[in-house]
Design a protein around this ligand. Structure first.
Ligand code: NOJ
Length: 565
């Protein structure tokens, strides 16, 4: 009797204390919620400006939730919106428990969370866990004296030789990775800008405090985190030099180093596994900025028992800079066989937009649809970047005085920085593309009159409507949701084709990555895919409703998606 009562109390607790959407941890086929979700990255400064100061903000995002829901987005990842001096536009956090006044208030965040729930959109934040801003009170305390209790929260070292940094490590943004601090006559370590000192993750108090940050946000309703720069969370405990490669210099004039001592140290995996446990307690998801360069590294981030980062972002796709079926095929094959759930990303706030990487100036719209058809039909989770769905392109600064990204300021002219891929979202044909009535913090791309949400919504052939149809298919088509990936015509140098097969049903994807029309025989039988014919589900060019899979004609840079019959 007592047990029954306890059971009832437990059930009531589950029903009322855990929000409805969080209770459906795993679907009928055994997938946790994030495996079939479409994620969408928002760069908050550039998405929507509600208070007309030229800077995007949280209420701006809230006002666009209906749009995201119309598009078919399930989760948004918001790039850092915490208080920050903005040396690196939010990736320098001075307080993990609040919202930057540029973006609003904690109440605005609560409102965003509250409004996203009924629309079934989950909200993820960007967790910059490797380093803080030098304005963070933790660092201020740490630098105040060698005896300060937080001294060891950061990485402090003596000079190697008088007035020389402790070793040869360089910062990603140029120069030595060490900065001298005269208050205590020691150097502190910063992998990125000097105002972004690295935390010392070998100190258990750092781990405890940072894990508590995530708990605090989970309780507020956040559904997970994108983990920033986890590969540089630990450095060699003996601070050994990195080997220098050749005599070449990089864009910042620094020697090129093989980063074996300041990156990918084994201890980081223990931290990520423990952080995952905290996330699991909240049915949350961790996306990792892992920058893996090979499949062995990627596997490590999933964890031997899939107990580490749920979604290590595989940027290998994003670093393919030409439309090469062979290169994409190889990547898909690797990631699909990694043992973890695949994640596909084609661009983000650090990576040039698809239009710029692959566009030929003539077929750019076709190419935007082609790339969408690729990363949104593969087995795995796709992470979109705001504006890809309307065909936004990079709008790079033309003059050094216009550059806002410190990377571009330091690296000009060889490295122009990342402003180009962070320009304001294009909503309509009004001034500043409807982003803000005030001059925006970055200039809007001139093409906005044709490439904006409002105009494209009313054009059935727009990139936007293409994306919307793809997202809708992705949510409903069983073969796209569950099907295994089967590469087709693996020797074809111009056309990338594959099937996604599930319970005798297959979706077929044919992507012509060349500038001439191609006729393709999918040779389905040779791969054990049985079909009498195929019907078109979605195509970026005019196609008949039914096609013969042994003779499909695909226009230049065309994408055809069909289903076996
Ligand atoms: C990774 C972020 O994606 C990037 O934008 C930032 O500049 C670096 N972390 C350093 O903060």
């Amino acid at each position: 009797m007592r047990n029954q009562k306890l059971g009832l109390v437990f059930l009531l607790f589950v029903a009322f204390a855990i929000p409805a959407w969080a209770q459906t941890a795993v679907d009928g086929e055994g997938h946790p919620w994030w495996q079939h979700a479409v994620f969408y990255e928002i760069y908050p400064r550039s998405f929507a400006d509600s208070n007309h100061d030229g800077i995007g903000d949280l209420p701006g995002i809230t006002s666009k939730l209906d749009y995201l829901s119309w598009l078919g987005v399930d989760a948004i990842w918001i790039a850092p919106m915490f208080p920050s001096p903005h040396v690196d536009w939010g990736y320098d956090i001075s307080d993990y428990y609040s919202v930057d006044p540029d973006y609003g208030t904690l109440r605005d965040m609560d409102e965003l969370l509250a409004q996203s729930k009924p629309r079934n959109i989950r909200v993820l934040l960007d967790f910059v866990m490797t380093y803080t801003s030098d304005q963070n009170k933790w660092f201020q305390e740490s630098k105040s004296s060698r005896a300060n209790p937080k001294r060891d929260w950061y990485i402090w070292r003596d000079a190697r030789d008088p007035q020389q940094p402790p070793n040869n490590w360089t910062s990603l943004f140029g120069g030595s990775a060490w900065k001298y601090d005269s208050t205590t006559s020691q150097w502190f370590y910063h992998y990125f800008y000097p105002p972004q000192p690295n935390l010392n993750w070998r100190n258990p108090e750092v781990e405890k405090n940072m894990f508590d940050v995530t708990r605090w946000w989970y309780k507020r309703g956040v559904a997970g985190f994108r983990l920033d720069a986890v590969d540089v969370m630990f450095v060699d405990s003996q601070f050994r030099d990195n080997p220098v490669v050749g005599t070449e210099r990089n864009a910042f004039g620094d020697p090129v180093e093989r980063e074996i001592n300041d990156k990918n140290q084994p201890e980081l995996h223990g931290v990520l596994q423990r952080l995952r446990k905290v996330a699991d307690e909240h049915n949350a998801v961790l996306i990792g900025e892992t920058w893996t360069s090979d499949i062995e590294q990627l596997k490590k981030y999933y964890g031997e028992h899939n107990d580490e980062v749920n979604m290590p972002m595989d940027f290998m796709f994003a670093t393919i800079n030409k439309l090469s079926p062979a290169d994409f095929r190889k990547q898909i094959e690797w990631v699909d066989n990694s043992g973890g759930w695949p994640v596909y990303v084609v661009s983000n706030h650090d990576i040039r937009r698809v239009y710029d990487r692959y566009g030929d100036g003539k077929h750019d719209d076709q190419i935007a649809k082609l790339m969408a058809s690729l990363y949104l039909t593969l087995r795995g989770t796709a992470v979109m970047y705001y504006g890809e769905e309307i065909g936004m392109e990079n709008n790079d600064p033309k003059r050094p005085e216009d550059v806002k990204d410190s990377m571009g300021k330091l690296g000009w002219p060889k490295e122009k920085g990342r402003d180009g891929e962070r320009t304001p979202m294009q909503w309509n044909t009004q001034a500043n593309a409807g982003f803000s009535p005030t001059t925006p913090w970055l200039p809007v791309d001139d093409r906005y009159k044709n490439y904006n949400v409002e105009t494209e919504k009313s054009d059935p052939n727009s990139i936007l409507n293409y994306y919307r149809q793809l997202l809708s298919m992705r949510h409903t088509n069983q073969a796209l949701l569950e099907g295994k990936y089967i590469a087709l015509n693996e020797d074809d140098p111009s056309v990338l084709s594959y099937a996604r097969s599930y319970k005798g049903q297959s979706v077929l994807v044919v992507l012509n990555m060349s500038g001439v029309t191609r006729k393709v025989n999918l040779n389905l039988e040779s791969k054990g895919v049985h079909a009498k014919g195929a019907k078109t589900l979605l195509s970026s060019f005019t196609t008949p409703g039914r096609v013969d899979p042994s003779e499909i004609s695909v226009e230049p840079f065309g994408a055809w998606i069909g289903e076996t019959e």
